[in-house]
Design a protein around this ligand. Structure first.
Ligand code: HEC
Ligand code: HEC
Length: 351
């Protein structure tokens, strides 16, 4: 009797848990969808809204106090000039936001990329703080990068994302599309001087775990917080018009390839901690640090397109600690370089 009563009880609490998760995920989805609709064109006042909700939030313990007063703001699109140059900048912005419509598998200009949009990772057309924004590109490029070993031009860097993050092909450097994208990148950073690195560039550092990140735990995080939008198989959700994704894929054949920056665990975890589930930002994260690392491990352990990386990192000692492919100059395994723990790797490097 007692046993059967217990199991009923368990059933009930399981069902209750499921219900709570469902309600939660629905809530996030609704919030996410609202943001999504508003953020095309992008929502600059995003972070003010979050500041007001922050003070009343029940998750205050999760929040690191941040000074949002000096946060970098991209120039307003209304300041784009009404001339030929302005036309090019606007077209560039359009290509960042709706890349796939123009350059995806059914692209109306060319078919050179996988259906994703640049904006999927460079949120709000590359203007959102701590979301891979383009604020520093104008002043930093051309620059020497160790991955390629060369002075990368704007065009070369853009093509890096076409070939890796978009698992595609290069866009011709003298095409109108490339000129437009580069004009837009320069415009986004126009208010930033060379010496500056305003608050909002790069990513807030995510403290390392002292254990390997766990794909098994990460799968649970994925099921709870991600799959409603990104799909049970990470496949995303295509707009019924077939031209671009509403929710981009996270793994599988239409996702970024193994040469992409976000295939590195740190890049993924930091992006997700500060930006996902969609609608959050750096000042109101939903995931704990552990959840961010573990979901990164899960997503980046799933199948995705490969890329020939034999020309990368000519000097293997320059490989970042979380580059998941050997050979390495240190004695650590590919497994540890992929999932951590990273602190031991870094400490060895310093000695
Ligand atoms: C799957 C995610 C993803 C997509 C899609 C993507 N990028 Fe990126 N991009 C990144 C990440 C992550 C970085 C930083 C990577 C690094 O340092 O290796 C980056 C870096 C860049 C940079 C250099 C930024 C800097 O401050 O140094 C430029 C420029 C860029 N991307 C342009 C583009 C363009 C243009 C597209 C679309 C054609 C695009 N990206 C699509 C993830 C993406
Ligand atoms: C409410 C819907 C929603 C939820 C929930 C959500 N995302 Fe996203 N995610 C998006 C949208 C929309 C984009 C693209 C944003 C854009 O293009 O403006 C995106 C983009 C991304 C990207 C970069 C593009 C790509 O496809 O690789 C990653 C990585 C990502 N999400 C990871 C996650 C993870 C991990 C979770 C769970 C912790 C999550 N997302 C939860 C809607 C969502």
């Amino acid at each position: 009797m007692k046993i059967s009563f217990m199991s009923e009880d368990q059933k009930f609490s399981k069902a209750l848990n499921k219900l709570i998760t469902l309600v939660w995920v629905l809530l996030i989805s609704v919030v996410g969808l609202t943001f999504l609709n508003l953020s095309r064109p992008p929502l600059m006042e995003d972070h003010d809204i979050d500041q007001t909700t922050k003070t009343n939030s029940a998750t205050d313990k999760e929040l690191t106090p941040v000074n949002t007063e000096n946060i970098w703001q991209a120039p307003d699109t209304s300041s784009i000039p009404n001339n030929e140059e302005g036309k090019l900048i606007r077209y560039g912005r359009e290509l960042i936001v709706h890349t796939s419509v123009y350059l995806g598998p059914k692209g109306k200009v060319r078919q050179i990329s996988n259906g994703m949009n640049c904006q999927n990772c460079h949120l709000e057309a590359g203007t959102k703080p701590f979301a891979n924004n383009f604020g520093a590109v104008r002043t930093e490029y051309p620059k020497l990068r160790k991955r390629s070993g060369i002075y990368e031009t704007f065009e070369y860097r853009v093509n890096g994302c076409f070939q890796r993050s978009m698992n595609g092909q290069k866009l011709e450097e003298d095409s109108r599309e490339m000129k437009a994208i580069v004009s837009y990148l320069k415009w986004v950073g126009k208010g930033v001087s060379k010496e500056e690195s305003p608050y909002g560039f790069g990513m807030p550092e995510l403290p390392f775990l002292d254990r390997p990140a766990s794909p098994v735990n990460g799968k649970k995080v994925y099921m709870t917080y991600c799959q409603t939008c990104h799909g049970t198989d990470g496949e995303g959700y295509m707009n019924p018009n077939g031209l671009e994704y509403i929710y981009p894929p996270l793994y599988g054949k239409n996702s970024y390839n193994q040469g992409a920056g976000i295939y590195r665990l740190t890049q993924f975890a930091e992006y997700v901690k500060n930006n996902m589930p969609y609608g959050v930002n750096f000042s109101n994260p939903v995931l704990s640090d552990e959840e961010a690392w573990d979901v990164a491990a899960y997503v980046n352990s799933m199948p995705r397109p490969a890329m020939d990386l034999s020309d990368d990192w000519a000097n293997i000692a320059d490989k970042p600690y979380d580059h998941p492919f050997g050979p390495y100059a240190d004695g650590f395994t590919e497994e540890q370089h992929k999932y951590g723990p990273f602190a031991t790797i870094i400490n060895t490097k310093i000695q």
